[in-house]
Design a protein around this ligand. Sequence first.
Ligand SMILES: [Zn+2]
Length: 301
Amino acid sequence: MHYRLATILLALIISGTHASSTAGVPSSLPGETCAADAGWNDPATPRHLYGNTWYVGTCGLSAILITSPEGHVLIDGATEKATPMIEESIAALGFKLKDVRYILNSHEHLDHAGGIARLQRDSDAIVIARDQAAAILEQGKSDRSDPQFLTTGPFPPVSPVRRIADRETIVLGPITLQAHATPGHTQGSTSWTWQSCQSGRCLDIAYADSLTAISDEVYRYGNEAAHPGVLAAFRKTLVTVAALPCDILLTPHPGASNLWSRVGREATAPLVDPAACRRYAATAGGNLDARIAKESAGSMP
Ligand SMILES: [Zn+2]
């Protein structure tokens, strides 16, 4: 009896240890990078990217900090759950959250906008988005213009949101950021470009938004009657992204631009690659064509 109880207890301890060791091991240890298939909320080591540009996101979701003596800009807020990690990463790099003046967004989905409300509250920064994105950010939920309307969840609403137009710029001290309308993945999708300089070498950095044509079971990209002009705008986006000033490509999901193989001691690909935006757009174009062909053939699930 005593022996059996001890055996059961031992089994419980072993299974408990196993569960906590797999769940508790971060995908990124200090100085290391993340697994290519890392989860949205896996903690990442904050890291320097180039010049005044820093990575403060998780292993699966980007958040980019651009710093200056006159204040900082943060692009994307990951999920609501990841927000404390972003705040800790900014502090770990020696920057103050209160010095973040502007918060920008790639697109209005909970994995990139879920943490913005809290980040805005904690920093007093001004949130800036294009019209279509701003309306969704303020509601905290998508509408039927979103291809993933039926499958994407709500997130904490953001208020207020200042509007920015396509090609308009934001200037903060030495930082100049340009907004590029790149609708397709969502209507509010926006890409951002800026320059960062290091040892006298200035490079163009592009934070190019997601270009994946994925949807819920109802939405069809090729249904011109339901949403006129959307497919043409998506194709125009691919041309826009291919032409962005782009020495370094960053994306809202770091894996979409293979970031974890481009940074750190074990990097196998260059961080700087002026052809990266063109390749990113070309791959997305192929995927969009395949998606439209599937819709036309009536072979969507
Ligand atoms: Zn998305």
